[in-house]
Design a protein around this ligand. Structure first.
Ligand code: ATP
Ligand code: MG
Length: 311
């Protein structure tokens, strides 16, 4: 029988790339006289915290405490992100870099269809990132676990130092990885690549045995306790020294898979912080992911919903 631990005193520090997901919805009734493109008359806008910010809001929604350390620009999007997160009771510690715009992904939607996505992003400066590292050191002692959410936008330039610091303080470190150099994550407790990310780093596999061998190789090479490969509609597989544990997806319907990976690492981190075992944390994370894909938008799952699902 799966039980969800009391999470009310579990505190997770989330560090990584934050972004603002912005949506402009409008009507399309004509083609522009300037170029052969539709003209969208904007009727409604929506904003949601994305990336590491979405991980943090997932933790709070599940009943835990989250502190979010990141870098934003000194701009309207950065302030908007801070306001949205404050409403959701995420504690934010944002370093402002005036020479860098807050990462924004703007989608223009007309007639229920995405017409265009516009990305604003530039890597933050070295100095601001170094200040952030100092804050990491002072925050880490007060939390029960650390999540590093890497979206490859620069906020985790010092990831190896952060892992070393967290280890010195005996804190568990979960990483949602990005890119082709995982040696940066050496010594973390748990890595959560998705199927495509793992394939990129370890190559293709033709059987479960081959996947397990690749996972074991990476796990020992990088000195990590566990590797969780999330496999979209195939569910997820946890690899530890004890072997592989697979769980098929619990999703009954699928509307929107974006953000499922954020829900997975948020749930895992919070459950470990609250004292759950690695396998229980994985079962709960798989349950939460299966629920979140049935919701529209970058959604979250509440503790009540989770308990109702377990029954
Ligand atoms: N199409 C799907 N059908 C059923 N379950 C799904 C589907 N997509 C995701 N899930 C659930 O969500 C979990 C995480 O999804 P996935 O492996 O796609 O991560 P991801 O690629 O990091 O997600 P994202 O980057 O979009 O947030 C899966 O392990 C599974 O439990
Ligand atoms: Mg992901």
């Amino acid at each position: 029988m799966l039980t969800v631990p009391d999470c009310s005193n579990a505190h997770v520090l989330v560090v990584g790339d934050v972004m603002l997901d912005r949506y402009w919805f409008g009507d399309v009734s004509r083609i522009s006289p300037e170029a052969p493109v539709p003209v969208v008359h904007v009727q409604r806008t929506e904003e949601r915290p994305g990336g590491a910010a979405n991980v943090a809001r997932n933790i709070v929604s599940l009943g835990g405490k989250a502190t979010l350390l990141s870098v934003v620009g000194d701009d309207e999007a950065g302030r908007s992100l801070a306001t949205l997160l404050a409403k959701e009771k995420v504690v934010t510690l944002f370093h402002k870099d005036a020479r860098f715009p807050t990462t924004v992904k703007l989608r223009v939607i007309g007639r229920q269809q995405q017409l265009l996505r516009i990305d604003f992003e530039t890597p933050p400066s070295r100095e601001v990132l170094e200040d952030k590292l100092g804050d990491f050191e002072s925050l880490v002692d007060g939390v029960d676990a650390v999540i590093l959410s890497d979206y490859g936008k620069g906020a985790l330039t010092h990831v190896a130092d952060m892992i070393a610091t967290a280890r010195r303080h005996n804190k568990r470190i979960l990483v949602d990885p990005k890119g082709d150099d995982y040696s940066r994550y050496r010594g973390a407790t748990l890595l959560t690549p998705n199927r495509g990310e793992f394939r990129e780093i370890a190559g293709r596999w033709n059987s479960e045995a081959e996947l397990a061998a690749k996972a074991e190789k990476l796990r020992t090479e990088l000195d990590i306790e566990a590797l969780l490969v999330t496999r979209s509609e195939e569910g997820m597989t946890l690899f530890t020294a004890a072997g592989a544990t697979h769980e098929p997806t619990r999703a009954r319907e699928v509307f929107d898979v974006s953000g499922a990976g954020d829900t997975v690492i948020a749930t895992l981190g919070l459950m470990l912080a609250a004292g759950a075992s690695m396998t229980d944390a994985m079962h709960i994370a798989n349950l939460a992911a299966g629920m979140v894909v049935a919701k529209l938008g970058t959604a979250t799952v509440s503790r009540e919903e989770l308990l109702a699902e377990i029954g």
